[in-house]
Design a protein around this ligand. Structure first.
Ligand SMILES: Cc1cc2nc3c(=O)[nH]c(=O)nc-3n(C[C@H](O)[C@H](O)[C@H](O)COP(=O)(O)OP(=O)(O)OC[C@H]3O[C@@H](n4cnc5c(N)ncnc54)[C@H](O)[C@@H]3O)c2cc1C
Length: 466
């Protein structure tokens, strides 16, 4: 690759504002927010249209350069950070192209930030339900490419279920125009699904048609203290059956809340002494009857011993306070020294057994290890972090071995080693170990068929050397 020639061609096509080579200008694109991954690139290209993005790909292919695509740089597994590839940022492709409220759909360019898409939907009296803590920075292209989940999967599904159509630049520069807005289209392979969760390895997503929903007029939030995951599971099914309105069911173990109170300013324990906490959000088309149904369900849960304490937020500000505790958990345990963090899923029915077996296996492998377990139990998905025992030297912490233990237990329950964050560069070796051989082989076949030159995100997800 002749870098000077490449930069000249990109600049001729995109103009000086569309090309970055200066170290200071590139720096925010080359490190992710936690400092876990950092990289390098000779040049970043920032196309403003699909035609420009297609030409960027063609120029890179002609120059023998490969590409790493980036959206909001909030990914947690390092797939968006280049290591010598050309960085293609979709940041400047950030227009909402169309809202069709009668079709409950919206077309957004890949660089649109999620919070902006939620707002555009709300402005048309509709809901775009994807919601996660990074929604002020994560982009539609990144959310599609990682098949993001978040807190409302229980009711609305993951990104995969929220996309009606995709426009993408293929690894040879052709454009796939799949911006359909149809609920029904049985005309062969569902090609858009290839790009959802592909982590940028099959092409650059440039725009998508997204599904919208009626905006719920009533929302309630409850926080419950429970003895542990087994009663929490019974509680989940009780509130689902008795209200029909559960939109989030999040759990937090005791240590996760203790560390929030200890390490995050201005936080207090909402349920002191509760061994396990459940945060439930309810949504309905109207307020009538919702509060009664929730109170009835929670009274039943208290009577059945599924919960020991139940608080229903009295207003939006109290609801926000409940959510703030849940959202602060990652910040709460970050300062606690050496740790191994995981994003695993098992069938919902297996969640109590998974936690019990994993906790026991972790203590056996590393006595005194501290466990923060929290997340989307309603989807069978835990963020499960093991932290060094108090007093242990960080170097002595057997993080890698504990990770294998967590993955082994999840696999023994038919689970996944990556529920919603993806594989990126961080979990490639684990993918090879835990994905079945036929699926891996088919993934490689698809990658080779679409991208024989290995142009797109060559180091993420699947590589030739793993
Ligand atoms: C505080 C915090 C909380 C989070 N909570 C959740 C959560 O609850 N659930 C969840 O699922 N995730 C969560 N995430 C992870 C993260 O927000 C998602 O991975 C997000 O989908 C990435 O979007 P992005 O625009 O930042 O993409 P980036 O980080 O820029 O890229 C992510 C991946 O997508 C590829 N990519 C990006 N844009 C494109 C494109 N246009 N075409 C092709 N490939 C592309 C990149 O190459 C990379 O492999 C959280 C992250 C943070 C920081």
């Amino acid at each position: 690759m002749n870098t000077t020639d490449l930069v000249a061609k990109l600049t001729a096509r995109l103009g000086p504002k569309g090309v970055l080579t200066d170290a200071a200008a590139l720096s925010p694109y080359l490190t992710e927010w936690r400092g876990k991954f950092s990289g390098r690139t000779p040049v970043a290209a920032l196309p403003q249209s699909t035609a420009e993005a297609a030409d960027v790909v063609r120029i890179c292919v002609e120059s023998g350069a490969s590409i790493t695509t980036q959206g909001g740089n909030t990914g947690l597994v390092g797939g968006q950070i280049p290591d010598g590839e050309v960085l293609v940022s979709l940041k400047r492709m950030n227009r909402i192209r169309e809202i069709d409220a009668d079709n409950d759909s919206l077309i957004a360019e890949a660089g649109c930030v999620l919070a902006g898409v939620q707002q555009a939907a709300a402005d048309s009296d509709r809901l775009f339900p994807l919601s996660l803590a990074s929604e002020g920075s994560a982009t539609i292209g990144g959310l599609i490419s990682t098949n993001a989940g978040g807190v409302h999967v229980l009711r609305y599904g993951m990104m995969r279920e929220l996309v009606l159509g995709i426009e993408a630049v293929l690894p040879d520069g052709r454009v796939l125009n799949g911006l359909k807005a149809l609920r029904k289209d049985n005309t062969g392979y569902d090609l858009k699904q290839l790009f959802i969760g592909a982590e940028g390895t099959l092409g650059i997503v440039t725009a998508a048609t997204l599904k919208l929903f009626p905006r719920p007029r009533a929302r309630e939030v409850a926080l419950l203290g429970v003895e542990g995951p087994r009663p929490a599971l019974a509680l989940l099914h009780r509130v689902k059956a008795m209200t029909g309105a559960v939109s989030a069911f999040e759990v937090m173990n005791r240590l996760s809340v203790d560390l929030v109170v200890q390490n995050v300013p201005n936080m207090r324990d909402p349920l002191p002494g509760a061994p396990f906490m459940v945060l439930i959000e309810f949504e309905a088309a109207h307020a009538e009857g919702l509060r009664d149904a929730i109170e009835h369900a929670l009274a039943g849960a208290l009577e059945a011993g599924e919960a020991q304490t139940a608080l229903i937020a009295e207003n939006a500000s109290q609801a926000r306070d409940f959510w703030r505790v849940r959202e602060a958990i990652s910040a709460g345990h970050k300062p606690e020294g050496a740790q191994a963090n995981h994003d695993v899923s098992v069938p919902v029915s297996k969640t109590p057994d998974f936690l019990a077996r994993t906790d026991a296996a972790m203590q056996a492998r590393c006595p005194g290890v501290r466990i923060v377990a929290f997340g989307h139990m309603g989807d069978g998905n835990f963020h499960y972090s093991a932290m060094q025992p108090i007093g242990m030297a960080p170097d002595a912490f057997p993080g890698a071995a504990l990770t294998q233990t967590v993955y082994d237990v999840a696999a023994s329950f038919g689970g996944s080693i990556s529920a919603e964050h993806g594989i990126g560069v961080a979990r490639k070796a684990d993918l090879v170990r835990f994905k079945d051989a036929e699926s891996l082989s088919l993934m490689r076949t698809l990658k080779h068929a679409l991208d024989p030159m290995n142009v797109m995100n060559p180091r993420a997800l699947l590589t030739t050397e793993v």
